[in-house]
Design a protein around this ligand. Structure first.
Ligand SMILES: CC(C)(COP(=O)(O)OP(=O)(O)OC[C@H]1O[C@@H](n2cnc3c(N)ncnc32)[C@H](O)[C@@H]1OP(=O)(O)O)[C@@H](O)C(=O)NCCC(=O)NCCS
Length: 445
């Protein structure tokens, strides 16, 4: 593909994601150290651009180092104490520390405001968090350290609907107006869950998780630079249990909790890397780590004994010529390529992904039980196969179709020339069927 054509592809791809995510809420928990990185203004420019194009952006600034500095300046030492359950230890905020904590929290939030102003995006630093004191935990008085009691989603939504960016400093207030120091991780988690955010970005200066910090099972995908591409919550849990170094552990624990709280995709990224957010959102070029909820629980790879069910689904379609004819032996031979959708122990949809080399995969033999038509089984099996293609380092999937082009188009596939197929596929392409080629470049999803 020529450079200008690949740029056109990229623009199309961007529009595709843009329309898919437009109007969705994304939460950004950004560490204070990121605000000191030379890349920070560029990160904020990208967030401003996203807000201007219709994404709903919420920012939760971390303030740990800002608070450390303020307390040190006034010779105040604060201990850390366990906050209970799965949470990280939190700073115990003594009465004399509280004014400096508040000052430092707002100082951090203001840095975001400043950069957004430069991009002419309106932002509001607000009292969107109701908090309550942690009280005495294991005999330790946590002072003015609090936890999230409630997120004022109505107020945040009003701000978002005006096209503004709400900024939530790490302070919450009790119903009586008493301020508490609340961990920004807790706020990010609570606001993501309360707003039903489709994504939470955990932005630090160290970025995505790295292979060397964990004892990694074989099936976890890593990039050449050692960064981990993506994990299911189950994989994340196993990694936490087997971590060999502390780097990235705090972020991974937060990501896992967010994922369990219903956030579909959590991205751990490097705030200093130029364009890191855009790369994660719009392409598969990102260097971050994504923890994604497993929406494919009812989809599984082929098992011995599935052939009769697959043939039952495909037979009427083979008879009408919608699908090409396959025998039980041919399916058995390609068994590793098949996936099936199982509901209550029986199979209601199937599909296959064939690897033709050149980093391209063919999605084929997609069939759903007519009694289950229109229940997204088809879409989900195709996205499962696309996810499998990504894991197998493919960067493009295609289908050959005679009657289902509109459906594949609705999934983002676009017509492509036969010449774009991998060489091995071109050699066996059956001219007489006159199938059309529809293809999709694989981004992050
Ligand atoms: C195409 C197919 C897999 C869709 O399965 P499904 O589980 O019903 O699809 P989903 O629930 O994900 O999507 C349903 C939507 O797709 C539309 N749709 C279904 N088949 C379509 C087709 N051939 N062309 C255009 N749109 C189609 C439905 O009208 C519905 O639209 P709506 O959401 O606006 O109501 C299924 O109809 C099928 O088995 N077709 C025959 C086999 C085939 O063509 N396979 C692809 C070649 S590999």
């Amino acid at each position: 593909m020529s450079d200008s054509l690949s740029q056109v592809e990229l623009i199309r791809e961007t529009f595709h994601y843009q329309s898919r995510f437009e109007g969705s809420t994304m939460v950004f928990k950004i560490d204070f150290l990121v605000t000191e990185d030379p890349g920070f203004p560029y990160l904020m420019k990208d967030l401003a651009l996203l807000a201007q194009t219709g994404f709903k952006i919420v920012i939760v600034p971390g303030a740990r180092e800002s608070i450390d500095a303020a307390l040190k300046q006034h010779d105040i030492v604060c201990a850390y104490g366990a906050a209970g359950d799965e949470r990280e230890p939190v700073r115990i905020t003594a009465a004399q520390a509280l004014p400096f904590v508040e000052m430092a929290a707002f100082h951090a939030a203001t840095r975001f405001m400043t950069c957004l102003s430069a991009s002419r995006v309106d932002a509001v630093i607000g009292n969107f968090v109701r908090a309550r004191g942690l009280g005495i935990v294991d005999g330790l008085d946590m002072g003015h350290t609090g936890t999230v009691d409630k997120i004022f989603t109505d107020s945040i939504s009003r701000v978002l609907n005006l096209g503004m960016i709400p900024i939530l400093p790490c302070i919450g207030w009790s119903p009586a107006g008493k301020p508490y120091n609340v961990s920004s991780d807790e706020i990010a988690l609570a606001v993501s869950a309360a707003l039903g955010a489709i994504k939470l970005f955990i932005v630090s200066v160290q970025g995505g998780l790295r292979r060397e910090n964990f004892s990694l099972p074989q099936n976890i995908e890593t990039r050449d630079d050692g960064s981990i591409v993506q994990l299911t919550p189950q994989e994340a849990e196993a990694l936490i249990a087997s971590s060999v170094k502390p780097q990235g552990l705090k972020e991974l624990k937060l990501a896992l909790r967010a994922s369990r709280a219903g956030v579909d995709r959590v991205h751990i990224i490097d705030g200093g890397e130029e364009g890191a957010v855009l790369k994660e959102l719009f392409s598969n070029l990102g260097a971050g780590t994504m923890i994604y909820a497993d929406e494919y629980e009812s989809i599984r790879p082929f098992r011995g004994g599935d052939v009769p069910d697959i043939l039952r689904l495909m037979e009427p379609l083979m008879q009408t010529g919608v699908l090409i004819r396959r025998t039980a032996e041919q399916i058995q031979e390609k068994k590793d390529d098949y996936a099936v959708f199982e509901i209550d122990g029986s199979i209601h949809a199937c599909g296959a992904l064939y690897d033709w080399g050149e980093n391209q995969g063919e999605i084929a033999a997609v069939a759903t039980d007519p009694f289950y038509a229109g229940m997204n089984l088809g879409r989900r099996i195709v996205s499962y196969l696309m996810e499998k293609a990504r894991k197998n380092r493919m960067n493009r999937v295609f289908v050959l179709t005679t009657q289902t082009q509109d459906w594949f188009e609705s999934l983002g596939f676009r017509e492509a020339p036969v010449e774009s197929l991998p060489e091995r596929k071109r050699q066996v392409y059956d001219q007489s069927r006159k199938s059309k080629v529809f293809a999709l470049e694989l981004g992050r999803g």
